[in-house]
Structure formats: structure tokens, C-alpha cells
Write a protein that binds this ligand. Sequence first.
Ligand SMILES: [Zn+2]
Length: 438
Amino acid sequence: MKSKKYKILSLVILLVISLLLTAGCEQLLDRFIGYEQQLPTPNNEQDMIHNSEDDEEVPSDESDPDMEEQIQEEKPDSPQEPPEEEKPTGTTSVKVSVVGDIMVHLNQLKAAKQSDGSYDFTQVFQDIKPYLEEADIAMGNLETTISTDEIGYTAYPRFRSPESLLSALKGAGFDVITTANNHSLDGVEFGVINTLDKLDEYGLLHTGTARSPEERDRILMIEKNDIKIAILAYTYGTNGMESVVDQEKLSYMVNYLNDISKIEEDVQRAKDEGAEFIITCTHWGDEYVRNPNQSQKDFADKLFAMGVDVIFGSHPHVIQPTEKKTITTHDGQEKEVFVIYSLGNIVSNQRDRYRDSGLILNLEILKDYDKETIGIGHIDYIPTWVYRYTENNKLHYRILPVKDFLDDSFDAATNARIKEVWNETTSHLDNEYLKARD
Ligand SMILES: [Zn+2]
């Protein structure tokens, strides 16, 4: 009995609360509509003046029908088409910046070593950081593996570097690191796995080597500014280290250029997964030779025919020229393609002429909604030079964007070399479609 009474009481209370709430909402709605009416639109300027006269007054019920009319009148004029019917017009683009070989020789290891035993490579990349940060996608080739304090760090001929290198690369603005090169297996199986684990840890995307068959078959796809870009990477070989690696693991650990059917499958998979633009990084060519050999040229044509749009070459440790041409793909599509045969070293301890120089290549991928095309837009580059100097009895390395240091900021010999590098690089690369940024 008692509980029944209680229930009825509760219901009554609920009913009262609901009524009060509804009334409150109505009042709130009235206030809101009154406020809306005050908004300075050309149609209700009169109302606005009128309302401002009796500011404090709560809008009367009379104003409601007027307002409803006004809303209904305005509806047909307001451009409120469903958003899915709106097709984008004009253009969108993605800016890719790419550098060549990121190397860590013994002197660089010594230079990076701090008094507490840790390593710091931050300073090396500070001068190019502003340029890398301009890019939507900044990428480079990691010509080393990542090791641990326990295993130790080594340089040529087996490169095993500290993970702080990755921290410096991330800090400098790199987004994507390619790992397929002749040093991919310098740390054997552990080196491949640890390098990829650490790249993941530092938030750097990667392609070229893999920890499993599944990872090997996964295409690195980046969607930026409404453009879907696939990035692939392959190497000509791994310095004979492939013989000491478990052969089953080798079948997926490193992407090799000689496995042409696998490359074809990758390109096809990239297309199937919706890639609108395909970048392929190739580790190839003759070391220290400033021009591509015939096999590089033939291979580039094969990749283009498959559907690759752009090729970024590395390995020769010197810059090799570019080519831009219109080709017809296997499936009959005519399009413009671009290759830089070698990007040179972005950083190394190689001090010989040409080996101390590199570049940041900037390539725009352009999507035209009206013409329904995606292709290569503006391309330019920034010549770089590795400045090595001694301070406090210690070597230091800085990658200089050459154009920013043509003003005699250093000693006479350094200033002369910087000017020489500008001339060497621009005379080797500049042409009708490609100019150094000044
Ligand atoms: Zn190499």
C-alpha cells in the first residue's frame, strides 16, 4: 500500500517536472528566436532597430508567427545543398621532399658521442630542418641499421648506428624512411627487425624491408590533401650478407630490384588499393659515377611502363641527373614521368669532391579536379653540402643548404668550396624543367 502511494506521488512529481521543463524550454526557445531576430541581416534591419529600443523586454508571443514566416521565407534562398553532391573543383597538391643516402661513418659516430656516453645527431640536420618541414612528405634512405648499446655501434663496412639517429631524423621533419639498400642486412636479422621496431617507435613510416611476409606485402600508402600516394623501395643487393641470413626470412626481409615479378605485383597491389600516384625508390647504379648506366635507364623504363610515376634513385654517393618524359604504360596510358638517377649523400664522412654534396629534391604532386588528372607539378631542388669542422677538439657535421651560405660566412677555404659545390651541382642538374631554388 505504502509503495503504491509512493509510486503515484513519484509519477505526479515527474509529470510536474516535465511540464515545468517544457515550459522552460519554450521560454528559452522564445528567447533564442528573439535573439535570432536581432541578427543584422538585410531583411530584418527594421526589426533590429525596433528590438534595440526595448532591449530588456522578453519577446512577446506575438513575435513568434512573424518569425516563423520569416524562417520559411528564407529557406528557399539559403544555399543548403547536401554536401555529398558538391564536387571539389580547382586543384589540390602534395609536396614531397626527398634526400639521398643518410650515412653514419665512424667519425660521425665519434662526433655524435656525448660525454655521458649517449649519442646526439640533432645538430647535423638543423640547417635543413626548415626545408624538410615545408614538405607534406619528407623522405630519405637510411643507409645503416639501428643497433643497441649491448651489441654496439659500428661503421663501414657493416653499419650499425644508435637509435638517437632516428630521433634526430624525426626532429628534423622526416616522415618516411626507406630501408632497402645494400646495408639493409648489416645487422643481420636482428638489425632488420630492430631498425623497423625503432622506426615505429619514433613514428617514422618505412618501406623496403619487413619483419614478416605480411609486412612485406603491405603497401606504404599515404593519403594527404585528398591524394593517395604509394611508396615502394628496392635495392640491387645486400653486399653478400644475404648468404648469412635464414633463406626463408630473406624471402620477405629485403625488397630486391632483380625480383621483377614481385615489383610488378607490388605496383598492381598499389593500384588495386587506390594509389593515384606511385613513387619508387631504387638503390642502384655505379658508386662514385656521376651519370647513370644503361641498366639504370632500362630499369627506369620498365618501372614507368608498369605504372610508376616517379623514381628516386640512390647509392652512387654522388648526384646523377634527372629525366622527365612522356611515356605510354602497359595499359596504354600516356603520362609524364620523372626520375632522378641518384640523389647523392645527404650526410656522410666522405670528403672527396662530389661525395660531400647532395640535395633536397622538391616535387609537387598535382591533382586537377576539373580535368580529372593527377600528375607531376612543379619540381625544384636545394643543393646541400656537408660542412665538417673541428671545435673543442671534436669533429662536427652540419648539412648546409648551399644557397643560404653563399655569403662568405666561414673561412676562405670553406667559402670557396661552398661556391664550388653550388656550381658543380647546378651545372650538373639544371635544365629546361628543373632549376635550383635560389
Ligand atoms: Zn648504397
